[in-house]
Design a binder for this molecule. Structure first.
Ligand code: NCD
Ligand code: ZN
Ligand code: ZN
Length: 379
């Protein structure tokens, strides 16, 4: 493998939870975006499910945008949220013009205890069709409802649809079929679904529990194969910075991982600072090409939200650096990593975002905060 690699543009993460504002204080835009730039990202897109402070109103979007400008190390985009219980349809037009897309939760996960049917989102899709038909609808699918929802969002309404964090090849097939019909559809896989397996949930409890859950090893390997072939469009981190204390609490109160014990669940894992390094290691093992890796972490995610790169945005990696992840390497405010002990390749030596030297000499140097709102934005 090359020793030095310059990524024109840098990596884009379509799926993070930086949790600000919220009553969960283990992460904020400063700590989350610092972890992102250390990990080679130049843009992260933040999800709306913040406990106690969901992104369900235009005021909340404005509040998030202010925090981003004050704190972030890199550009950030925000997703608008709309759940049946949010009752916020009138807020959608104001929100969506300031957001990179919408996120809809169709199955239980952090801060959403409900299973939802496609029909429950008809009203929000109608308003999105009128106000932002070009912006993607990101889905947290359930086990059974992805196909029907993709047919509704992309087939019936003609909106771009993205299946987040696929954990099995059947979901990839649903997206393949949608693409074959000419619908605008894409999907993403998380690094933890590639390098961890269901076995880890049996040995590490809640530190290895997320939604969707880790897959069996044959399925995890099949996902990597689909990613390498380009059938899975992007790698997204789903960086979910739960504290160790929060994880320990549910280990005590819900050791069997009962999904219906909603007050005692804590789904998700942090790790944005390690995502690219873990994937470069997979490239070194020959399981994915460098070209496909850059496509899945930079070109494709940028296309999905419609941003382009300034020629002055670039990230230079030293790929001769090989390490084993230790606790000292954690940057996220979550303070721990599920990837402890795993092998990595690469270290960012320099990041420029529109010319601003955000990382220099392997270290964070300067902030380049910007809010990404619309398609056509330059980062
Ligand atoms: C995410 C979180 O913690 O917000 N958790 C997770 O298990 N993935 C929510 C989500 O993406 O479903
Ligand atoms: Zn999700
Ligand atoms: Zn998520």
């Amino acid at each position: 493998m090359l020793d030095k690699l310059t990524v024109p543009g840098g990596f884009v993460d379509l799926h993070v939870h930086f949790r600000e504002p919220s009553k969960n204080d283990s992460e904020n835009f400063a700590s989350g975006s610092e972890a992102a730039v250390i990990g080679g990202f130049v843009l992260a897109c933040d999800m709306p499910n913040n406990p106690g402070a969901e992104t369900w109103s235009e005021d909340r979007v404005d509040e998030k945008h202010e925090l981003i400008v004050q704190q972030s190390y890199c550009p950030i985009g925000v997703y608008a949220g709309s759940q049946p219980e949010a009752d916020n349809i009138s807020e959608i037009p104001g929100m969506i013009r300031k957001c990179v897309g919408t996120k809809l939760y169709m199955a239980p996960t952090t801060n959403n205890p409900y299973d939802r049917e496609p029909e429950e989102f008809r009203e929000v899709l109608k308003v999105l069709k009128e106000t932002a038909p070009e912006k993607p609808v990101m889905l947290h699918p359930g086990v059974e409802n992805l196909e029907a929802m993709v047919a509704m969002v992309a087939g019936e309404f003609g909106l771009p649809v993205h299946a987040c964090h696929v954990n099995n090849t059947a979901q990839v097939e649903v997206i393949n079929k949608a693409k074959a019909k000419g619908w605008q559809a894409s999907c993403g896989v998380c690094v933890h679904h590639l390098v961890m397996t269901s076995h880890d949930s049996g040995t590490r409890g809640w530190k290895a529990r997320m939604q969707p859950p880790l897959s069996r090893q044959d399925e995890a390997e099949a996902l990597l194969d689909r990613l390498a072939k380009g059938e899975i469009d992007v790698i997204e981190t789903d960086h979910a910075p739960h504290s160790q204390e929060a994880k320990a609490r549910v280990d005590l109160h819900n050791p069997t991982g009962n999904e219906h014990d909603h007050s005692n669940t804590c789904y998700g894992v942090p790790g944005i600072e390690f995502a690219a390094q873990l994937m470069f290691y997979q490239a070194m093992l020959g399981r994915i090409s460098i070209e496909r890796l850059l496509d899945a972490m930079s070109t494709r995610p940028a296309e999905i939200i419609g941003v382009s790169f300034s020629p002055k945005t670039k990230v230079t990696w030293d790929l001769s650096v090989q390490k084993e992840i230790s606790s000292d390497d954690v940057v996220s405010g979550a303070g721990w990593t599920p990837f402890l002990g795993m092998r990595t390749v690469g270290q960012v030596i320099e990041t420029r975002i529109k010319g601003t030297p955000v990382i220099q000499n392997n270290d964070v140097n300067q902030r380049r905060a910007e809010v990404v709102k619309s398609r056509g934005s330059l980062i």
